[in-house]
Design a protein around this ligand. Structure first.
Ligand SMILES: [Fe+2]
Ligand SMILES: [Fe+2]
Length: 258
């Protein structure tokens, strides 16, 4: 089972990037299933039904979310019914949408779970204990894949160890900056702290550079906008064996024009 993961898709540039890059990846690699983080896909904040459809049409099978899940109010019209959109599972009980989904891929059941960190972020329920609960509900699936949407590297690495041998893959999102620590942990779980973003190359994590600089220089409120220009598309390719363990994790990156 070969899985392609693409990091946070930021705005129009990120969407153009994944639409152009996915066919190039599929030409070179066997890919059975594509997961991307969609929390920034609509103008940098949130996701709309139209943009979700645009990304599914580009070949993405599942969109995971994060702290920007609720930024576009249109999300509420689909989040309860669209099984391919997964929001952090550790929101309090009663929150719209679903925290994980099970998808049929080549005769296997693949579970995709989204969790959000609590260090330097909103105080959701404990992602570690929430995952313990979810694993009890996922005993019959073949592969479990976790998007841990979190800020602190320590919290992400800790969850990787906590889930080692219990899931197939833990990948990080949210910082929009890829880390070089991809590896297979001793129990057979593939792990990376952050896969990076799919968005504007010349930006501050997707946002127009001058607006972010103004914010840092003046500490005055700024309305952030996604940057334009060339894209960078960042992600990982992961191969999983029949027994649900990982045998390879490779970082990929495509820069427009290179
Ligand atoms: Fe993000
Ligand atoms: Fe985020």
């Amino acid at each position: 089972m070969n899985i392609l993961i693409l990091g946070d898709i930021v705005g129009r540039v990120g969407r153009r990037g994944v639409k152009e890059v996915i066919p190039r990846i599929l030409e070179k690699h066997m890919v059975d299933f594509i997961i991307a983080n969609g929390e920034n896909a609509a103008g940098g904040n949130g996701l709309t039904p139209e943009i979700a459809q645009e990304l599914f049409a580009a070949g993405i099978n599942v969109l995971t979310m994060g702290n920007h899940t609720w930024d576009k109010k249109e999300i509420f019209t689909i989040i309860n019914d669209e099984a391919r959109i997964i929001r952090p599972a550790n929101y309090p009980p009663g929150t719209p949408g679903q925290g994980y989904g099970i998808f049929r891929v080549n005769g296997k059941n693949v579970a995709v779970v989204n969790l959000m960190g609590r260090v330097f972020m909103a105080e959701l329920d404990c992602p570690f204990r929430k995952m313990d609960e979810i694993l009890l509900e996922l005993q019959d699936v073949d592969y479990i894949i976790v998007d841990f949407h979190a800020e602190a590297t320590s919290e992400k690495i800790a969850l990787g160890w906590y889930l080692d041998g219990r899931v197939s893959l833990v990948f990080g999102t949210h910082t929009h900056v890829p880390t070089a620590d991809e590896r297979i942990l001793p129990g057979g779980t593939a792990y990376i702290t952050d896969v990076g973003m799919s968005g504007p190359l010349n930006s501050v994590i997707g946002v127009k550079t001058n607006l972010v600089l103004q914010k840092f220089l003046t500490q005055m409120p700024q309305r952030f906008e996604s940057a334009s220009g060339p894209y960078i598309v960042s992600g990982i390719l992961v191969s999983l064996t029949e027994d649900g363990k990982a045998e390879n994790i490779t970082r990929i990156q495509y820069i427009e024009g290179e």
